[in-house]
Design a protein around this ligand. Structure first.
Ligand code: GDP
Length: 329
């Protein structure tokens, strides 16, 4: 594969090149990994910075409807928008390429937009890397906004929170005061909670839900990276467009404030450090697994731990000691 040419295509904002580039970073093959590393290095030009917008919400809450309407609003305002779905398609009803694109039909056809279908087979460990690298490729391709969407299965919402500059949680009007089983961690990661479907007969219920969440958010410790009033809860309707412009204003206000205060760069720096350490950890584990002797010993120790013959920490220490010997340290 001609990596310099592919990088040129990505940097020129060509969708086909971008699609091929993302396919390359999704591959788990060792030779592809090496090419992907070269590609990412060639695409790392300074000055290209998108607003990375994470969006999480359970199935049926209206994510596709929201992304379609919100994305079109941004495209109509002259912005270029990329949409990445994080979850393996097995977690979706529609699944695969057609699924994602028919979910957002107008946006998929808009010249200023690019929708990347969720990969058909991504093991959870691969999702984080694939997402992170796809985001930086979209950024290199000159998109103004990269929307990263997840249904929040497994660790995927943590992954999204850890690649985004602004993280949005989409909820539906709930009956009464229970908080829809939202995980605490995800509430804490949210910068903006949007109560969708605030239209027709559901306006009042949406407003009650919004007030409940606004109350819950006020009880949480204020983060240093937040201006006064954030995180916020707002009502929107992806169906009739109500509140979408206001939500965008809030996202921009937050992003601008973080930029001005230095939190934007701090956040990205912390994310980069996190991903670096994550790669080292995964790399070491892969190295360990690539050795047949180590693999066999780990299987033995795994059994010993499961049967209660050895304590997990002691077994792990043995594996690590073995690794240290192998590494000559
Ligand atoms: P997703 O699974 O989160 O992507 O949800 P969808 O976007 O597919 O929406 C699920 C259902 O909710 C569909 O029937 C939508 O038409 C409906 N829906 C989405 N947004 C709204 C909204 O703002 N108002 C109303 N009334 N229905 C909505």
């Amino acid at each position: 594969m001609d990596i310099p040419a592919l990088a040129d295509g990505v940097l020129a904002g060509e969708r086909r090149a971008l699609a091929r580039a993302i396919t390359l970073v999704e591959s788990g093959r060792a030779d592809h990994r090496a090419q992907a590393a070269d590609l990412l290095a060639a695409c790392a030009v300074p000055g290209r910075e998108a607003l990375r917008l994470g969006l999480s919400g359970t199935p049926g809450v209206g994510k596709s409807t929201f992304i379609e309407a919100f994305g079109m609003m941004l495209v109509d305002a002259g912005l270029r928008v990329a949409v990445l779905a994080v979850d393996p398609s097995s977690t979706r009803t529609g699944g695969s390429i057609l699924g994602d694109k028919t979910r957002m039909e107008r946006l998929a056809r808009a010249p200023g937009a690019y929708i990347r279908p969720s990969p058909s087979q991504t093991h959870l460990g691969g999702i984080a890397r694939r997402t992170r690298e796809a985001v930086s490729l979209c950024e290199a391709a000159g998109f103004d906004v990269v929307l990263i969407e997840t249904v929040g299965v497994g660790q995927s919402e943590t992954v999204v929170a850890e690649v985004s500059d602004v993280f949005v949680l989409l909820l539906a009007p709930g009956g009464g005061d229970e908080l829809q089983g939202v995980k605490r961690g995800i509430m804490e990661a949210a910068d903006l909670i949007l109560i969708n479907k605030a239209d027709g007969a559901m306006v009042a219920a949406a407003e009650r839900t919004r007030a409940d969440y606004a109350g819950a958010l006020r009880l949480m410790r204020r983060r240093a990276q937040d201006p006064q009033g954030f995180p916020k809860a707002l009502c929107v309707s992806a169906l009739d467009g109500a509140g979408l412009a206001a939500a965008w204003d809030e996202m921009r206000a937050l992003a601008d404030w973080r930029r001005a205060e230095g939190h934007w760069q701090d956040r990205r720096a912390a994310q980069a450090r996190h991903w670096f350490e994550e790669e080292v950890r995964q790399g070491l584990v892969a190295l360990l697994r690539s050795d047949a002797g180590a693999r066999a010993r780990m299987a033995d120790l795994g059994r010993a731990v499961a049967e209660g013959r050895t304590a997990p920490a002691a077994a792990a220490a043995e594996v690590v000691a073995r690794f240290r010997t192998a590494a000559g340290g």
